[in-house]
Design a binder for this molecule. Structure first.
Ligand code: ADP
Ligand code: MG
Length: 231
């Protein structure tokens, strides 16, 4: 009977599972009160861009639910209800401290790929390869090589969600964008079918000061579309 006196939005499930209000990091649907994370993006447009093999940007200010939406999108795509996809999410902010050391930055990204392949997609072969990968040998091709291996690991197309892309700087960021662009022509069987670059800023717009080039370089990836309901 006491349930009758609970606020209208509370349910017996909330009580049983002891959800609480999250203020730190992305929402976990099993632990927190939430609004459905994918209600906060234009889902039909996102899915349409993915179906048409696009590489695109999702950007919005901090603390607006970007990471929560990406994780929900990953689960949706891996769930099979919207098509036959494999979807991996990597957060590449750990590459920030590598600054413009491309080998170290690619090594950090490789470790994120290994974790995601192992934990989410149960792809042990890709995880082992990424774990053992020496990104310092050919740093300018390292990410492309890893994504090639990952895409080929199974026949279902791979969708890659890259979070915190704008944590990277200078040559390291340019290298990530260039390697994505170089692999773009090989999608969907030999490279991710679709890539989402997520961050606070639109990577197409900002000018990247790379110390090696001594000039301003424009960061862009082929066929990207601005896509956000947040901004
Ligand atoms: N779907 C949601 N429902 C309720 N609160 C949310 C939701 N998405 C985000 N939040 C709130 O915003 C905070 C930041 O979420 P997060 O996904 O990490 O945002 P961002 O990646 O944009 O910084 C969370 O700690 C939570 O308080
Ligand atoms: Mg985030």
């Amino acid at each position: 009977m006491c349930v009758m006196f609970l606020p209208k939005t509370w349910s017996l499930i909330d009580l049983l599972f002891m959800r609480d209000f999250n203020t730190v990091g992305p929402v976990r649907l099993e632990d927190h009160y939430y609004v459905p994370p994918l209600d906060r993006v234009n889902l039909s447009e996102v899915l349409s861009l993915e179906r048409s093999k696009r590489y695109f940007v999702l950007h919005a200010p901090r603390q607006t639910g970007k990471t929560s939406a990406l994780l929900a999108l990953r689960d949706l795509l891996n769930g099979g209800s919207v098509g036959n996809y494999r979807c991996g999410y990597i957060n590449i902010e750990i590459a920030e401290t590598a600054r413009e050391n491309i080998g170290q930055a690619m090594g950090a990204i490789a470790s994120e790929i290994a974790r995601e392949a192992r934990n989410t997609l149960r792809d042990v072969a890709t995880a082992r390869m990424a774990d053992q990968f020496d990104a310092s040998i050919r740093p300018h091709a390292a990410l492309g090589t890893l994504l090639d291996v990952w895409a080929h690991a199974e026949s279902s197309p791979l969708v890659l969600l890259i979070d915190k892309i704008d944590a990277m700087v200078g040559d390291s960021l340019v290298s990530v964008l260039r390697q994505l662009r170089a692999g773009y022509a090989h999608r969907p069987s030999g490279f991710p079918k679709s890539v989402v670059l997520c961050g606070v800023r639109d990577v197409r717009d900002y000018r990247i000061h790379a110390s090696s080039a001594k000039e301003v370089i424009m960061g862009e990836v082929s066929s990207m579309s601005r896509l956000s309901r947040y901004a």
